[in-house]
Design a protein around this ligand. Structure first.
Ligand code: PLP
Ligand code: COI
Length: 357
């Protein structure tokens, strides 16, 4: 599909790479494309970054018809730019869209959009250690009326933000609060889809956790509130004895691309990785018996993030003396080595971004 490009005549100065934080700065342009049943996807365009104009009755503003993705472009030591497993994000976005009855995007077209946009914005990919260009595609229902009907008009947008580490303390262990009242998702709901509504449902517990000084919430299953699911913005893994355990994908948690990559890397490194149910009770027993050795979260924004402390009801449990463990560190080094092009990509996970025309 032809992508019409209108360049900005007011390019911004690039932010200081040592103080990027997460999601605070945006590049000079954005990509947009519209869908109607009559025309399919059409009017693909890159335009100067600006506010969106929406009808006040737009479906997304009332009925939460929105899905999104998060992936990164990395600057390699030789100055080139590469994305990490973008096809997996494209496929997951289509699975999310299917759940919300939003239109899917042909995989080749979605890749063409990412390649064209990142290539155009590649000067925005930072090079300081630990930095990258975070890409946020999102897709929403955009019909200008209030009736609750099948969506006819949708809009797809892609924006990009140069980022540093997601947590203010970088790779230092985070403190996580286990939520015992609110739940994020249930089987049959939208837990496996990356849709805005899941995050809306998480807000109240997230606020409570932040007020108590925790970085994020660890969710329990929505039926018995007994089994571990995932953290607010990352999947979780525990090392108990010599087994690495991560909750199985049962429909209520996000099938993380970092989770999948970590499982593949760990298995290749010879670890036993189980995708299975794990209860809070099993975790506390393992902790009390000194068998819970390490815990970490994994996600695109959070990368691999050690968990140093877990709070449950009135109890606070420290893991590995609040320090990053050897397995977590090795996993972080291997994964980020591939992502930033410092190690050989034996898995063919990286996707080079075409050079600028
Ligand atoms: N779980 C949730 C709720 C998330 O928001 C994320 C972040 O995208 C993840 C898990 C990790 O997914 P991924 O590794 O694909 O970024
Ligand atoms: C990501 O890691 O890409 C996410 O989408 C997490 C987000 C909630 C910040």
């Amino acid at each position: 599909m032809e992508i019409k490009i209108t360049l900005t005549d007011k390019p911004h100065a690039k932010p200081d790479e040592s103080a990027l934080g997460f999601g605070k700065f945006f590049t000079d342009h954005m990509f947009l494309m519209d869908y109607t049943e009559e025309l399919g996807w059409h009017d693909a365009r890159i335009v100067p970054f600006a506010n969106l104009e929406l009808h006040p009755a737009a479906t997304v503003l009332h009925y939460g018809a929105e899905v999104f993705e998060g992936l990164k472009a990395y600057r390699t030591p030789n100055g080139k730019v590469q994305m990490f497993r973008p096809i997996e994000n494209i496929r997951r976005m289509n699975r999310s869209a299917e759940r919300l009855c939003l239109p899917e995007i042909d995989e080749d077209l979605a890749m063409q959009i990412l390649d064209t946009f990142v290539s155009l914005e590649q000067d925005w990919v930072p090079s300081a250690p630990g930095t990258s260009l975070y890409l946020r595609p999102f897709l929403f229902g955009n019909d200008p009326f209030l009736g609750l009907h099948t969506i006819n008009h949708s809009t797809y947008v892609l924006i990009a933000s140069p980022v540093g580490s997601y947590y203010k303390d970088g790779i230092n262990p985070v403190r996580i609060m286990i939520e015992t009242e609110d739940v994020r998702a249930v089987r049959g709901g939208t837990g496996y889809a990356k849709c805005g509504g899941n995050y809306g449902a998480s807000n109240r517990a997230g606020k409570k956790a932040e007020e108590k000084g925790y970085s994020q919430v660890l969710w329990l299953d929505g039926v018995e509130r007994k089994y571990i699911e995932e953290v607010g913005a990352m999947n979780v893994m525990f090392m108990i004895d010599d087994e690495i355990v991560t909750p199985a994908l049962t429909g209520s948690i996000l099938p993380g691309i970092t989770r999948m990559s970590c499982i593949e890397l760990l298995r290749k490194q010879g670890y036993r990785v189980s995708e299975r149910q794990i209860s809070v009770d099993e975790l506390w027993t393992a902790l009390a018996e000194g068998r819970l050795k390490e815990a970490w979260g994994c996600g695109t924004a959070a990368v691999v993030s050690p968990i140093g402390e877990l709070a449950y009801k009135d109890q606070i449990y420290t893991i590995n003396d609040g320090k990053i463990g050897a397995v977590t560190q090795k996993l972080y080094d291997t994964l980020t080595g591939i992502q930033w092009g410092k190690c050989e990509d034996t898995e063919s996970w990286t996707h080079p971004v075409p050079a600028k025309n």
